[in-house]
Design a protein around this ligand. Sequence first.
Ligand code: HSE
Length: 428
Amino acid sequence: MSERCIKAALLGLGTVGTGVYKVLKNQEPEMVSKLGAKVQIKKIMVRNLEKAAAKVDDPSVLTNSWKEIVEDPEIEIVIELIGGMEPAKTYILEALRAGKHVVTANKDLIASEGKVIMDTAAEYGRDFLHEAAVAGGIPIIRPLKQCLAGNHITEVMGIVNGTTNFILTKMSNEGMEFDEALKLAQDLGYAESDPTADVEGLDAARKVAILASVAFNARVAFEDVYTEGITKITSTDIEFAKEMGWTIKLLGVARNTPDGIEARVHPMLIESGHPLATVNDSYNAVFVQGDAVQDAMFYGRGAGELPTASAVVGDIFDIVRNILAGCCGRIGCTCYKQIPVKKIEDVSSKYFIRMQVEDRYGVLANIASVFGNNCVSMAQVIQRRKKGNIAEIVVITDSVEERHLKDSLAVFQGMSIVKQVSAIIRVA
Ligand code: HSE
C-alpha cells in the first residue's frame, strides 16, 4: 500500500514559519510511523521570494499568490503564520470555505474575531486549531478543551508575556529601571523595536481573552479585557514589594464568578513563595483551577521560533490524524454559554498605593478618613521620611471594589496634603 501524503501550505516564513518548516523536516523520518501519513509542505506563501529562497531546500515551493494555494485541491491544510487581522482573516475564511483545515498562531485575530472563524469552521466541518496562539510552546488550549473537559474551570491566571516577564525579572533581580531593562530586552531580541503590544499588556490581553473563552465556555473578546501594562512600574515599587515579601508580575487573570467573568491584565504583587513568583526571564506559566482537578500549572517557553513551532506542528499532526480517521471538526468552538464580563469598576482587589504626602501631624489621619469614607479598609501602612517635609507612604488595602478606590483617589486629587500618588498596584 502506498503511503498517504497530506499536503499543506504555509502562509508566512518569518520566525514561526521558519520554525515550523524546520520542525516538520526534523520529524520527517518518523512521520509515517507516528501518524500513518507524511505531511508535505507543497506551497509557502511569502512576500519576498528572493529572501525566502535562502530558507528552504526547494525554492519552487515559494509563491506570492494566495490563489495558487486556495484553489489547489491537493492542499488540505493551511497554516496561517502571517499574523495580524488582514489579510490573515480573509485567507483563513477562504481556506475554510474551500474545504481546507486551518492552523494558526494568530492571537490578535482569534481574540477579536474568533467567533466568525469558529462558526465558519463548523459550517464547513473543518478543523481550526490554534494551540500556538497562547503561551507559545506550552500546551494550554488543548488541555483546557480536552484533558480538563470534565471540570468547571473557575480560574486561569498566569504570566503569558515573556517580554514583560524578562523586563520585570531584570528590574527585580538587577535593580534596573524599566527603560534600561526594555533596552536590554530589545538588544537580546526579546522585545520588538515597537514594544507597545508587549509592555502595554495588549499581547497578554489577547491571550487572556482566548484563555477565558476556552476555559469558561463563553466568548470573551480582547475588547472585554481590562488592560494595564508595566511602563509605570519603578524600581522603588519593586524594592517596597521585596521588603514586604512580594514580587511584581504582569499577570493575566480570568475568573468565572457568580456575578460574571473577570478578565484582566495588570501588574500584580504576589507573594514571593507563590509558584508564579518564581517564573522568571522570558518563561510563561499558566495556573488553572477546576472543580475536579483543583490546581494545575503549565510552565515553559511562551515564545520563540522552535517552541511556537512545536505547538503549530502538534496541531498539524492532530489534523492529519483526524483526516485519516475521518473525524475532522470533532472539537470546534466550545463557547456554548453566554456569561457577562464584569466591568473593572465592579472587580474587587487588594491594592498597594504609594504616595507622597506632607510630613506633619494629622496627615495620616486625614488619609485614613478619606479611605474610610469611601468604604476602603486599610490593612497596612508604611511610612518613610523623604527630604524636606515630604513623606512617602505605602498603604495596603483590604479587598475593595475598584470604584471605591477610584472615589478615594479622586478626593486625594483635591487635597493639598497629598502631593502625588506614584503607584497603584493590585495585590493578589
Ligand atoms: N511577544 C510575546 C511575548 C510572544 O513576549 O511573550 C508572542 O505572543
